[in-house]
Design a protein around this ligand. Structure first.
Ligand code: HMG
Ligand code: MG
Length: 298
């Protein structure tokens, strides 16, 4: 039996925008988050406090997080790579801190310039600091199915990294198919192994839709009882340090799929579609999601 209710974690303002090369004015990013706040979402990843040289698009993280209109029912999270980023994030009152690393050496090195073993103490410092400041911490593991540098990832590699992150004190772990290569049989094998070690309620799935397999992978995850999914408005997104990575599963496509199956999210599909049309205006491009195409014609 499938879950009756699912939580959507909107990562468009972070994962989506980090992949856009033309700088989007800060005021428009703030507007985007404010519109998302009115759609019924209760979780928005707003930005990231990474090195601005690595991700120039999100160099205005402080201003964005400071200026958005906050709704106390919504968790406003941000990505934090190290203590330097944590200081900036705490300064502007982030609600939840998201740490991130990869299950594979090649992507970890390319994305955060460290080996996997070198990364743990850096993240431990971030988690300690965030918990001391009264914040919850979410973890991300990238390349859980395959790595653009190292090939297929074994589920055991993901379990090993996950164990270390949970030991640090993260409250939830998001598993990323960073380059969107995964198919249901692989997701099934991964979750089968993960659920032998961790509770399903502690896990979220983060599917990129590069090859059109994200919704099928969501279905497989639902069948394993997973109830948290990351998605990006309009299907924006990608990791600039993973060649060939494109957008996350589109929030509106995911909403349609879940709602039609009778699975509640509390999020208004129509409001998300309208916001996706707004996003097309600010990025000056047509988005690729199915449900934004339908909204455009209406
Ligand atoms: P590094 O160059 O190795 O850093 O970068 P460092 O610690 O050696 O420091 C070098 C300089 O940068 C120092 O300055 C630091 O102070 C400064 P200097 O002393 O030379 O003047 N610095 C910073 N400045 C501002 N904010 C900071 C910061 N950190 C150091 N936070 C680092 C290491 C991790 C910082 C860098 O590699 C980085 O920022 N990487 C981020 C890459 C990124 O954002 N990738 C995309 C997000 S992950 C993703 O998309 C995957 C996900 O969606 C899940 C999935 O799909 O799988 C989450
Ligand atoms: Mg991602």
């Amino acid at each position: 039996q499938l879950p009756k209710q699912v939580q959507i974690k909107e990562v468009g303002p972070r994962d989506g925008l980090q992949n856009e090369t033309t700088f989007i004015p800060t005021e428009e990013k703030i507007q985007l988050v404010n519109r998302l706040s009115e759609s019924g979402l209760n979780y928005i990843e707003v930005t990231s406090f990474v090195h601005p040289k690595w991700i120039p698009q999100l160099a205005d993280a402080v201003e964005v997080l400071k200026e958005i209109k906050r709704n106390s029912a919504i968790t406003y999270a941000a990505l934090v790579p190290n203590s330097k980023g944590l200081a900036r994030a705490l300064d502007v009152g982030v609600d939840e801190v998201s740490i991130f690393m990869s299950a594979s050496e090649g992507h970890n090195k390319s994305n955060i310039n460290k080996s996997i073993d070198e990364t743990f103490p850096i993240l431990k410092e971030v988690v300690d600091g965030a918990l001391a400041a009264g914040k919850t911490v979410r973890g991300y593991i990238s390349t859980v199915i395959a790595c653009p540098y190292d090939g297929y990832t074994k589920p055991e590699q993901v379990v090993n990294v996950a164990e270390k992150l949970f030991d640090m004190g993260i409250s939830e772990l998001s598993l990323g198919d960073t380059t969107g290569v995964g198919v249901p049989t692989q997701v099934d094998a991964l979750l089968h192994e993960m659920l032998r070690h961790f509770k399903g309620e502690k896990l979220a799935m983060h599917f990129h839709d590069t090859r059109g397999t994200a919704i099928a992978n969501v279905m497989t995850s639902l069948a394993h009882g997973i109830t948290k999914f990351d998605s990006a408005i309009g299907g924006l997104g990608g990791c600039p340090y993973a060649k060939g990575a494109s957008g996350n599963v589109a929030t509106e496509d995911l909403l349609y799929f879940l709602h039609e199956m009778g699975i509640e999210t509390g999020v208004s599909l129509e409001k998300i579609q309208q916001t996706a049309l707004y996003v097309e205006g600010i990025i000056g491009k047509t988005l690729s999601s199915k449900l934004v195409a339908i909204a455009r014609e209406e």
